[in-house]
Design a protein around this ligand. Structure first.
Ligand code: FAD
Ligand code: UDP
Length: 373
């Protein structure tokens, strides 16, 4: 069959590879001048540092098949994300752990003492937290909420934490030990030569043709037996029902001598610091050594039509519009909507790959049975 992948990110590459391997002819188009979508990495011409161009990407998963899959295309080297945050004039460790709690309160508590202490200050009268703020107050109490989450979240999402769902904070753990690894997944690492080289290898197959600087238009779909679309869901339908809300990011890039901040990610918890974090990219490749350093100051704001959509907001009042677009997508024959933008969900890379593998397999099963997906 003749198949079209719209988007050369992880979704398009992984599905495309599987279907090409099964003997189908796969065309991949991407508006951008590079593959890998938002995971794109490229070497900085001046310093040689490998840059995470659309923001820092750390690979972490419990999914062994996904881990083996990426390791087939690229050596992954050990990397643990140890995030720091500057708040109220001090530097603390994130996610909130025993070090953070002891430092913040000037104490030397052991794990069970800290647990009992937090239990006292946390607002346990909130039984079933619905909003981000309720979730924070229930689990860490007002002081730590104000210091680490309130200001950062207002900057990141452009609204009050009382308007955001609790699920956003549920991604972050609170630990009563000194484990400062941001993630708790079994497999964690960084691709030795970056994500773009990895995705280029996934796409390197005799049945795959990639066209960069090429935007998809719906008329093109008629030339193919099936389309896998990883662009914005509302964009496919010409924004007919309105625009789904996104946050976009602005990166202010600067170069410095030596080591700027001594770590890869420094968050800024205070609301009066306009940026959310500074990332120093050479620390994402600790096995490399570079004399000079490149940092990105990250600013978050509402996404305008001409901006790159980064984070789906999924505000409560958007639920109806999203449901209507999903209904339209389901009715669209011979097109499967995939990935972060195509399904309007925040998806980590491992989940994106898992879903792409499952989608590719489902398509092959349908093709073998002579049914359509
Ligand atoms: P994308 O990577 O967005 O690829 C879609 C591609 O489609 C793009 O290249 C786009 O140019 C192209 N496209 C869109 N419309 C069209 C069109 N009409 N015609 C042609 N091409 C089109 N995940 C992690 O696991 N760890 C992390 O640390 C992490 N950090 C992140 C940090 C940020 C700031 C963001 C926003 C995301 C992060 N992610 C992280 C998530 C990760 O970026 C996604 O899981 C991944 O990019 C999803 O891949 P995708 O192929 O679905 O989408
Ligand atoms: N967050 C915060 N302070 C921090 C880091 C995170 O308030 O220093 C909040 C913020 O609202 C963010 C959410 O916790 O969106 C989830 O954090 P995560 O690190 O998963 O952020 P993301 O990957 O969404 O940028």
């Amino acid at each position: 069959m003749k198949l079209l992948m719209v988007g050369a990110g992880l979704s398009g590459a992984v599905i495309g590879r599987m279907l090409a391997k099964a003997g189908h002819t796969v065309t991949v188009v991407d508006t951008r001048d590079h593959v890998a979508g938002n995971c794109h990495t490229e070497r900085d011409a001046e310093t040689g540092v490998n840059l995470h161009v659309y923001g820092p990407h750390i690979f972490h998963t419990d999914d062994e098949e996904v881990w083996n899959y990426v390791n087939d295309f690229m050596t992954f080297l050990p990397f643990k994300n140890r995030v720091k945050t500057t708040s109220q004039g001090q530097v603390f460790s994130l996610p909130i752990n025993l070090h953070t709690i002891n430092q913040y309160y000037g104490k030397t508590m052991r794990p069970e003492e800290a647990r009992a202490f937090i239990e006292q200050i946390a607002d346990r009268s909130i039984e079933d937290p619905q909003t981000f703020e309720e979730q924070a107050l229930r689990f860490v109490g007002p002081d730590l909420y104000e210091a680490f989450f309130k200001g950062y979240t207002i900057k990141q999402w452009g609204c009050s934490p009382t308007e955001l769902p609790a699920s956003i904070l549920k991604r972050l753990p609170v630990r009563f030990n000194y484990d400062d690894n941001y993630f708790f997944h079994k497999f964690q690492g960084m691709p030795e030569n970056g994500y773009t080289e990895m995705v280029a290898k996934i796409l390197d197959h005799e049945n795959i043709t990639v066209h960069l600087n090429t935007s998809f238009s719906r008329e093109q779909a008629a030339d193919f037996d099936h389309v896998f679309y990883s662009g914005p869901l509302d964009g496919y339908f010409g924004y007919d029902l309105g625009r789904l809300g996104y946050r976009t990011l602005d990166f202010e890039k600067f170069t410095a001598e030596g080591d700027y901040q001594g770590t890869a990610v420094m968050n800024y918890g205070d609301v009066d610091v306009p940026y959310t974090r500074i990332t120093e990219h050479k620390h994402f490749s600790p096995w490399e050594s570079h004399e000079n350093t490149v940092c990105y100051k990250e600013f978050s704001r509402a996404c305008e039509p001409e901006d790159i959509p980064y984070y789906p907001i999924r505000m409560v009042d958007e639920k109806k519009m999203l449901a209507d677009y999903v209904a339209l997508a389901e009715k669209t024959e011979s097109v499967t909507f995939v990935g972060r933008l195509g399904t309007y969900r925040y998806l980590d890379m491992d989940v994106t790959i898992r879903e792409a593998l499952d989608t590719g397999r489902a398509f092959l099963e349908h093709a073998a049975a002579g049914t359509s997906m």
